[in-house]
Design a protein around this ligand. Structure first.
Ligand code: NAD
Ligand code: TYD
Length: 356
């Protein structure tokens, strides 16, 4: 039986992963440790919260006594670590929480795993796994050509990517120094259901639906490599089950798009699905070019051949399919987006879980 600790399981990718894991593995106990920052939303997992295999714990990954107690009490043998501050713009306006959670929090988790797995006899490290979920942003910014591979030197440019690069180095050091059974995945931009509407795709969907301006940074020609979130969850499962300890796997969608292409695609899809704006205008008229993000990375693109060749994972959803699924999900779940935006999910949490 797998006894897995998922951190940040109430966030965008974490909640998709929790659902994916429980649907894929019958014999398991899954502990979701989440601080419920502004980005953590228990509504994301409402459908599984009564599953007897699932336990939610409200808590901070920087709280070492809490994590050590969880390792002990639940006999954790697997960690999948999502918890992080994840928004580049917020890391520019307020970096300290990124340093605290992304670096110190990862360190606390590594220490707890080391103590539980390497200093006691109750679990063989052969069966244990610590999978750290990271980003392609650690590699910096590409020019017109080239791809990030696992050996590309780190060159982070934002406080967010620098904090993730630091945590990747810490994880790697625990493998080399202590033999902690680690794996790292560095993934490109995800999109799909439960994506917090401060990130490009859900922000554009929400604003375009409501006739609000669509802010496009700089010239709109920055490129990201988009991956449907469920494919990312499948890649993490694959790395967990078949990955070689101490290795890093790059995960990407082979879907390079300029930001402006993303914005116009979403506008056209919404025009098609819900009709033009009340004024009779197409939604592309809402696009506004705004001041660029400081240090805005120009292009990210992933070479995912290692995980394909060695572990037989590749994306299953094309961008054209994934963006339709995503727009449909937001159209079908207006109450989710409004609850996130008005903060009422925090009240929901208090009602459901109290303040433990
Ligand atoms: P998110 O911001 O949607 O969710 C983060 C979750 O972590 C939230 O539920 C939040 O409450 C929780 N959290 C934050 N600080 C915490 C703390 N101190 N203790 C416990 N929980 C805490 O993020 P996401 O987009 O789902 O990203 C998840 C992970 O995947 C991150 O590590 C991120 O760096 C990585 N990643 C994200 C993307 C992407 O496109 N979103 C791409 C590659 C990698
Ligand atoms: P974002 O979703 O914040 O992800 P990341 O910065 O981690 O790649 O942004 C994706 C791209 O979209 C990035 O190049 C910045 C750009 N962007 C905009 O043009 N307008 C926006 O309002 C936002 C949030 C992002």
């Amino acid at each position: 039986m797998k006894r897995i600790l998922v951190t940040g399981g109430c966030g965008f990718i974490g909640s998709n992963f929790v659902r994916h894991f429980l649907n894929s593995v019958d014999d398991c106990r899954l502990i979701n440790l989440d601080k419920l920052t502004y980005a953590g939303n228990p509504e994301n997992l409402r459908d599984i919260e009564k599953d007897p295999r699932y336990r939610f714990v409200k808590g901070d990954i920087c709280d070492s006594s809490l994590i050590e107690a969880l390792f002990d009490e639940e006999q954790i043998d697997t960690v999948v670590h999502f918890a992080a501050e994840s928004h580049v713009d917020r890391s520019i306006s307020g970096p300290s929480e990124f340093i605290r959670t992304n670096i110190n929090g990862t360190f606390m988790l590594l220490e707890a795993a080391r103590k539980a797995w390497l200093s006691t006899s109750h679990l063989s490290p052969l069966h244990a796994r610590f999978l750290h979920v990271s980003t392609d942003e650690v590699y910096g910014s590409l020019g017109e050509t080239g791809l990030f591979c696992e050996t590309t030197p780190f060159d982070p440019r934002s406080p967010y990517s620098a904090s993730k690069a630091s945590s990747d180095h810490l994880v790697s050091s625990y493998f080399h120094t202590y033999g902690l059974p680690t794996l790292i995945t560095n993934c490109s931009n995800n999109y799909g259901p439960y994506h917090f509407p401060e990130k490009l795709i859900p922000l554009i969907i929400n604003n375009a639906l409501n006739g609000k301006e669509l802010p496009v940074y700089g010239d709109g020609k920055n490129v990201r490599d988009w991956l449907y979130v469920v494919d990312h969850c499948a890649a993490i499962m694959t790395a967990l089950q078949h990955g070689k300890l101490g290795e890093t796997y790059n995960v990407g969608g082979n879907n390079e798009k300029q930001n402006i292409e993303i914005v116009t695609t979403v506008c056209d899809l919404l025009d098609e699905k819900v009709g033009l704006l009340p004024s009779g205008d197409a939604r592309q008229n809402l696009i506004r070019y705004v001041t660029d993000r400081p240090g805005h990375d120009r292009r990210y693109a992933i070479d995912a051949s290692k995980i394909k060749d060695e572990l037989d994972w590749e994306p299953s959803v094309t961008f054209e399919e994934g963006i339709r699924l995503t727009v449909d999900w937001y159209l079908e779940n207006p109450e989710w987006i409004s609850s996130v935006l008005d903060g009422s999910y925090q009240e929901y949490y208090e009602t459901m879980y109290g303040n433990r």
